[in-house]
Design a protein around this ligand. Structure first.
Ligand SMILES: Cc1ncc(COP(=O)(O)O)c(C=O)c1O
Length: 449
């Protein structure tokens, strides 16, 4: 039996009882288990569903499979590494691919970056970057700088650091008092001024100046770092207003505050540039990344830091560990093999350039939905898009969820967050797929009550 037939066969045995044990992440468990949607295989731009249908992947898995699915060079690299060396402790030991991958990451990072610390996910990258920021300030003799500044509507994963600096209330309210010493900038969603902007909206740079207010309130000497997503993804794709990131950079520099970009979704070509930092020409002090690093094939994340930050730790006796932080699976050999093969593939197939060259077609496609029933805003950049729907009276989220279900029924995978449909396809997408995505969405949105 081939893999797909086997997976379908397995599904025939899936019943409400057999699904009970799996507590699914960020999922409406009861709804799912009453009408399961299982993906059983993937190749190129498509998944195969358990009922044997081809599903066009409009979201690169979950903003991660930038090179498309089942890419041979990556698959073979993982297979080879699994057979050569499954695992080796990353503490006081190393393996060649870890160093090769770090060098390759630096090659495509902003010029001010010099060092890479590996993690296993975006959430771990964020918490790692926050810890490094606080520790860095202490290493520099500025131990009072412990405060962290995030942003309303920000998403920085689900660990305690990330949800503390994050600003999505639904992800915070269940979990107690979170980290102390955190404050938030205002979000940049200004629909009255910016609705239906193509690329960067005109209005909102002044919102970066709110950092001055926070500095006046807390004093710069208490603030370690500001963390923002250059493009806020999970809250429904908020593109930074023109000059906003530049202003934030200037203010951080002025006040000795580190600027961390959370590029978990924007890293590795999503904007058409390597990172959003280069796209917007704003250089942070650290970048948290994950997802596209291995094109989603093996869990992996990384924090990219400047030499200034790394060197601050390289003091004291040489036999002592400089940064008491790390994960058993930091730089896991399979992840490194996947990462090296992925970055090579991006380069060999010029996939970031491909994303950039398709961006205008993507933009025209998504904005052609303006005027469709219930569409109240459309946002885009690179191969990123969002369509915001008017929430149904008294039933927030439901309209978009119904659109998601109907798209899936019609062979298209999209993602919804609140009443916003978010899109982020693999970079191997063809224009015909772009047409299919927006024609399906136009039809489905128009026919959804
Ligand atoms: C900006 C951002 N940060 C962090 C994360 C968390 O990444 P992970 O789910 O790999 O922990 C995500 C996930 O979507 C993200 O979009």
């Amino acid at each position: 039996m081939n893999a797909i037939a086997e997976a379908k066969h397995l599904h025939e045995e899936i019943t409400a009882e057999s699904m009970r044990a799996h507590w699914m992440p960020f999922t409406a468990n009861r709804q799912f288990k009453s009408a399961p949607r299982l993906l059983v295989a993937a190749e190129g731009m498509h998944y195969t569903s358990h009922d044997g249908r081809k599903i066009l992947d409009g979201i690169a898995g979950l903003w991660c499979c930038n090179a498309g699915h089942g890419r041979k060079p990556i698959v073979e690299a993982i297979q080879k590494q699994a057979a050569t060396m499954d695992f080796g402790t990353p503490f006081n030991m190393g393996h060649p691919l870890g160093f090769e991958l770090a060098n390759r990451v630096i090659e495509i990072s902003p010029k001010n970056m010099g060092h890479v610390f590996f993690t296993n996910s975006g959430s771990e990258s964020v918490d790692t970057a926050l810890k490094i920021a606080i520790a860095y300030q202490r290493m520099k003799g500025q131990g009072t700088r412990t405060r962290l500044i995030g942003r309303e509507r920000g998403y920085h994963g689900v660990n305690f650091g990330g949800i503390s600096v994050g600003g999505i209330v639904g992800n915070r309210k269940l979990f107690g008092t979170l980290l102390s010493g955190v404050d938030h900038l205002p979000h940049t969603h200004l629909p009255k001024d910016n609705a239906f902007s193509k690329g960067q909206p005109e209005h909102g740079a002044h919102l970066a100046d709110e950092l001055e207010r926070l500095v006046a309130l807390h004093d710069a000497s208490t603030i370690a770092a500001v963390i923002v997503e250059p493009i806020a993804g999970s809250t429904g794709v908020l593109i930074p207003p023109k000059n906003y990131l530049q202003r934030l950079r200037e203010l951080c520099t002025k006040h000795g505050i580190l600027l961390i970009f959370d590029e978990v979704i924007t890293g590795f070509g999503r904007t058409g540039s390597e990172f959003a930092a280069q796209h917007y020409n704003v250089m942070p002090d650290m970048i948290a990344c994950a997802k596209g690093l291995t094109s989603g094939t093996v869990p992996m994340g990384a924090v990219i830091a400047t030499p200034e930050i790394y060197n601050a730790f390289m003091t004291g006796p040489e036999h002592m560990i400089e940064l008491t932080h790390g994960y058993t699976y930091s730089g896991h050999p399979l992840a490194c093999a996947a990462g090296v093969a992925t970055l090579k593939l991006y380069q060999d197939e010029a996939l970031f350039e491909r994303a950039a060259s398709l961006a205008p077609y993507w933009e025209a496609g998504i904005h052609s939905l303006k005027g469709t029933k219930n569409v109240i805003d459309i946002r885009n950049t690179g191969l990123i898009g969002a369509i915001e729907l008017q929430p149904r009276e008294g039933e927030p989220v439901k309209r978009a969820f119904e659109v998601f279900l109907e798209c899936y029924r019609r062979g298209l995978l999209v993602r919804t967050t609140g009443d916003i449909i978010a899109l982020s396809p693999p970079f191997i997408i063809e224009k015909s797929h772009i047409d299919q995505i927006f024609e399906t969405l136009r039809d489905v949105i128009s026919s959804t009550p």
